[in-house]
Design a protein around this ligand. Structure first.
Ligand SMILES: [Zn+2]
Length: 192
């Protein structure tokens, strides 16, 4: 089964408490014609880019090459665009090993051992991150993840986008804001 690219653009609500029912989220993306044909990937159900994909994203370089068919078995997927929609009651960490150390919301110190503290949070052993700079504790989603991390219950993943290659257009961000009645932001997951 196809493994989608690790590198991705991810759109998610700025407020980690914000969430949309999956059916409403899917309906919006279908209405926007952002989603093409569905297929099953290792990461779950994914979609080929829909008719308006290139209009809803702003690509930095030359016009993107958008595939309308799945890559052949064994081919690289790092340049293959595909979309995935997530909405669940559980807060999901959006980063990976390439995520940079977040900064403290109180004193702006880096948190070098964020991976250990994240593991503590995921195991429900330690719900707060302890800052080495000011000794204050804060929930993981309050830290500044600098566009390579963050947390969300509802998220739109666009696999195959490299960091900085494309950003969401204002019309897409506005449509998502209307869905959850809250601002959305975006970040990148980088391959490793
Ligand atoms: Zn601090």
């Amino acid at each position: 089964m196809l493994k989608l690219a690790e590198n991705a653009l991810v759109l998610y609500p700025a407020n980690s408490e914000s969430q949309a029912p999956l059916a409403d989220f899917m309906r919006l993306l279908q209405e926007l014609q952002l989603l093409g044909a569905a297929f099953e990937a290792q990461q779950g159900t994914a979609y080929l880019p829909g008719a308006t994909f290139a209009q809803h994203l702003s690509f930095m370089g030359c016009a993107p090459a958008i595939d309308s068919a799945l890559p052949s078995a064994g081919a690289s997927t790092t340049n293959f665009y595909s979309l995935r929609c997530i909405s669940s009651a559980t807060l999901e960490f959006l980063g990976n090993q390439a995520t940079r150390a977040p900064r403290c919301p109180h004193c702006n110190s880096f948190l070098p051992d964020w991976e250990n503290q994240l593991a503590g949070w995921q195991q429900q052993a330690a719900p707060l991150f302890l800052c080495p700079g000011c000794a204050q504790t804060s929930p993981p989603w309050a830290w500044h993840w600098r566009k390579r991390g963050g947390f969300a219950r509802t998220a739109l993943w666009i696999h195959g986008v490299f960091e900085g290659e494309a950003i969401p257009g204002q019309s897409l961000l506005q449509a998502l804001k209307n869905l959850t009645q809250s601002d959305w932001q975006y970040g990148f997951r980088v391959g490793f």
